[in-house]
Design a binder for this molecule. Structure first.
Ligand SMILES: Cc1cc2nc3c(=O)[nH]c(=O)nc-3n(C[C@H](O)[C@H](O)[C@H](O)COP(=O)(O)OP(=O)(O)OC[C@H]3O[C@@H](n4cnc5c(N)ncnc54)[C@H](O)[C@@H]3O)c2cc1C
Length: 349
């Protein structure tokens, strides 16, 4: 009784009045409707709110401005976007300290720690060491110390530009709307810089630097033979002539910055954190659960039903009222288990 359609994109919801009858796949003449007693959207915290908004479920004024007919006025749709903001330091790893191909995984250590900043609670920070930074020979030689806020307070939002499902949603993470987030990442940068520059690390790495990977790193990140051919000679040269390594790290990884002069100036660190911040692939919270009387709640905490609409649930990371101080995979599975139980109970009457 289960049919999985892979590589199939939902282009809209099928609805009659306030009831969702199923989903639409494909567009134009090729559009097909899949009807069901109930529809469960699990498209993730960036796409689920977009699917709802395109179907007329969202903030009435915004949908009106987009020319989308209103199905349910739920101003919380797309709001409350949370992520784990992080930055990183990187260094050239000396040959003896590389893991090479001995291990499939490149991260072996995680550190959960507490900033002790007021109101942030225990375990509000996380750090991880990656012993290689990309698949190619150059990536094998660059280690990264990545650290992020496990309990951020800044909130952003997801929006759509129009009702066309071919236009992706726009995510605005609004990273440092809460000053506690900027402060903690700046403090952590000072702490991690001290770790990276410690005498214990020096035999193993060359010139730890704030990482500011530019477009070239992303281009080389694509797995291809030509990228291998481009990176292999540089990697060979850097190992053969160690005197080149500090300049390489400073220029191509640190964007001209070095750790020693950088940590002396808090405003410099702040600028680095603002420019270099990135998420950990943990968007959440954009169809937040909460009581039907809560104006900004989108879904029921009991069973994921979308308030004010029949036949529609959301079950994914977008339900989270607040981002957990942990990676999201297991929490999402826990949500799914709980909602599956609720659906079974509903079905049993
Ligand atoms: C590269 C990467 C590494 C990660 N590593 C870890 C980790 O080590 N540990 C951890 O705990 N978490 C990790 N995460 C985070 C974790 O995977 C996510 O938080 C979790 O999967 C979110 O679950 P979800 O159901 O909300 O969304 P997703 O898992 O993103 O599922 C949404 C699905 O909906 C599909 N979809 C979207 N729009 C449509 C549409 N219109 N029609 C049809 N289908 C659609 C998407 O293709 C996707 O398959 C990682 C994430 C990424 C991207």
């Amino acid at each position: 009784n289960l049919k999985i359609l892979s590589n199939t994109e939902i282009t809209g919801l099928v609805q009659r009045g306030r009831t969702v009858l199923g989903v639409r796949i494909g567009t134009g003449e090729a559009a097909t409707e899949i009807l069901a007693r109930e529809t469960i959207i699990s498209a993730g915290a960036l796409q689920s709110p977009a699917i709802l908004m395109r179907a007329g479920i969202g903030a009435a004024p915004r949908l009106h401005a987009l020319g989308i007919d209103l199905l349910a006025d739920l101003p919380g749709v797309g709001q409350n976007l949370q992520e784990h903001p992080g930055v990183s330091l990187s260094a050239y790893i000396r040959p003896h300290a590389r893991l090479g191909n001995k291990s499939r995984r490149h991260s072996h250590i995680g550190l959960r720690y507490s900033s002790q900043a007021e109101g942030c609670g225990p375990g509000d920070m996380f750090a991880m060491v990656a012993t290689k930074s990309a698949w190619h020979p150059l990536g094998d030689r660059i280690g990264t110390l990545l650290y992020w806020i496990n309990k951020p307070f800044s909130k952003g939002h997801v929006d759509i530009e129009n009702a066309d499902s071919a236009t992706g949603p726009i995510a605005n993470f609004n990273w440092f709307s809460d000053p506690r987030d900027l402060d903690r990442l700046v403090d952590s940068t000072i702490m991690m810089a001290a770790v990276a520059a410690s005498p214990e690390m020096q035999p193993h790495v060359v010139r730890p630097s704030p990482s500011s990977y530019s477009g070239w790193a992303k281009l080389l990140g694509r797995k291809s033979f030509s990228n291998y051919l481009m990176t292999a000679p540089v990697a060979f040269l850097l190992d053969a002539i160690p005197a080149l390594q500090p300049a390489f790290v400073k220029q191509f990884i640190g964007g001209g910055r070095t750790l020693d002069n950088f940590v002396k100036d808090r405003s410099e660190i702040e600028a680095f954190v603002r420019a270099g911040v990135f998420g950990q692939w943990h968007p959440s919270g954009t169809c937040r659960m909460g009581a039907a009387t809560d104006r900004y709640a989108v879904t029921s905490p009991d069973d994921g039903r979308v308030h004010g609409v029949d036949g529609l649930r959301v079950v994914d990371a977008s339900l989270m009222p607040t981002i957990p101080r942990a990676n999201l995979n297991i929490p999402v599975i826990m949500i799914a288990e709980r909602m599956a139980d609720a659906i079974r109970r509903n079905e049993a009457g």
